[in-house]
Design a protein around this ligand. Structure first.
Ligand code: NDP
Length: 267
């Protein structure tokens, strides 16, 4: 375990970022392992990303999480030893010691809460950075993947980029026919009243609905899925696992996962 100086600075950069539960989760984790430090949510517009990272590194920030819509930019500006970043060019975590390095903990974080599911076919709603990580995770685990996206050209481009890793197709409608898993990777769910489109009547009765968008309580999509009798997975589960892996990379010690769960309202 490496010695950690007192008064460390960590944070999450994104736009928007106010919704993030990461500050609450990481500050609880720091307190629990006795490290003095702060974890800030910092709004960074995409056009200012590179300058902002240089500034935060100069201010001696040790590590950053990267969220919507900056994950592709993070992979572009940092070096990496992570084969996932080399494959999909999407990163969600930066470590800033001597140089800026990046890794992708969204992929293992996404898989962790669904490790009990047998590989089948999945429909992903959205085609941004989180969708790329989720689709790659599923394909590498033996799933077939269908992607629906509001902008078809982005959806078809993502399918083409992921084709080397497994069977992936674009769907022109949010139609989950033949799928035992639906993953929402759009931000529709961050605000009450927002819900992504989904053709519920085509969803198999034993299907699971996994919402990457999260709030302090289940999203409208998860509430609707539960009302219809489907199994659900809350995006806070992924948040905890990717956050724990980031914590372990930054601080070289086991993350207090139970404390992190409780801090954001998970049992
Ligand atoms: P991106 O900006 O990279 O991608 C957003 C995607 O959502 C795009 O495909 C975009 O479509 C689509 N989209 C945006 N607005 C709408 C809308 N109004 N209607 C339909 N589609 C829309 O974001 P990320 O992939 O980084 O993040 C997506 C979500 O996943 C966020 O809510 C984020 O918080 C969540 N997330 C959660 C994690 C967790 O740990 N639980 C981890 C990672 C992400 P288009 O191409 O048409 O613009």
């Amino acid at each position: 375990m490496r010695a950690v100086p007192s008064g460390i600075s960590l944070g999450v950069v994104g736009d928007p970022v106010e919704h993030s539960l990461s500050p609450r989760m990481h500050e609880a984790a720091l307190r629990s392992v006795g490290i003095e430090g702060r974890y800030l949510a910092i709004r960074v517009p995409q056009a200012e990303f590179e300058d902002a990272i240089a500034h935060l590194a100069a201010c001696r920030f040790l590590g950053l999480n990267v969220t919507i819509p900056l994950k592709v930019a993070a992979a572009e500006i940092a070096t990496t030893d992570d084969p996932i970043v080399e494959d999909i060019h999407v990163a969600n975590c930066l470590l800033m010691v001597d140089e800026v390095r990046c890794r992708n903990f969204d992929v293992p974080g996404f898989l962790s809460p669904i490790s009990y599911l047998s590989p089948n076919a999945a429909l992903i709603l959205g085609a941004g950075g989180a969708a790329a990580s989720a689709a790659y995770a599923l394909l590498k685990s033996g799933w077939d993947v269908a992607i629906w996206n509001r902008s078809p050209s982005t959806g078809t481009s993502l399918c083409a980029a992921l084709a080397p890793f497994g069977r992936v197709e674009f769907r022109a409608e949010p139609n989950p026919e033949g799928c035992s898993l639906v993953v929402n990777s759009t931000p529709l769910g961050l605000k009450p009243g927002d819900c992504p489109p989904l053709q519920w009547s085509a969803l198999a009765p034993n299907a699971t609905v996994y919402d990457l968008a999260y709030r302090a309580e289940p999203t409208d999509l998860l509430a609707e899925a539960a009302r219809r009798g489907f199994a659900t997975v809350d995006g806070r589960e992924m948040l905890v696992e990717q956050g724990a892996l980031a914590f372990e990379w930054w601080l070289d010690r086991p993350a207090p996962r139970e404390v992190m769960r409780q801090s954001i309202g998970l049992p």
